[in-house]
Design a protein around this ligand. Sequence first.
Ligand code: DX5
Ligand code: ZN
Length: 216
Amino acid sequence: MPHFIAPSVLSADFANLQRDSEMLNSSEADWFHVDVMDGVFVPNISFGFPVINAIKRHATKPLDVHLMVMQPERYLQDFKDAGADGLTVHLEASTHLHRTVQNIRSLGMKPGVAINPHTGVSLLEDIIADVDLVCVMSVNPGFGGQKFIENTYRKVSQLKELILKNNSKALIEIDGGVDLTNYKKLIAVGADVLVAGNTVFAAPNPVEMIKTLKLG
Ligand code: DX5
Ligand code: ZN
């Protein structure tokens, strides 16, 4: 399967969201990755519904919304209304994760589950058949532009095995520190979706950078 590229709008220029959304529309990016941070689950606050609404007005590609939020089950309908196509919640942040995942799907969004760097892949065993995506955090969530954690490769291989064993259709998404030094190896070990914030938006030519990451 060809891999997907999901640039993170966390690294976009928020004063020029229309311009940056149009850049992504014109590029080979597959999804917009939208990072929502609550200042509790992670030590940073990003943005909420009004900003997602604004992105949705200009985006011609699916919104892959990543909630770094405690008890995300409180807001599922709101994210649907704001325009989320995929909604990923953290395993560490939702006590009744199975119910949350079912509710995301029944609202017509693609459910995903994200795991922090310290969370073992084996904890996904009883949810893997129910999700469309697993987001493997390759940095501690909260900020763009951090250094990639090398242990991620091992986790991707383990996750690939778990997916095959359970006949799951889940895509493997890698989020954090993806750059020109690691993207090829990530694809080789089984990544399906590469999120890239800093690598895309700090590039002299973001459209060309997306093209490079997409080529693999
Ligand atoms: C980290 C976010 C990531 C981040 C990726 O908390 O979930 O999506 O924006 O940014 P880079 O690619 O700059 O690490
Ligand atoms: Zn993210």
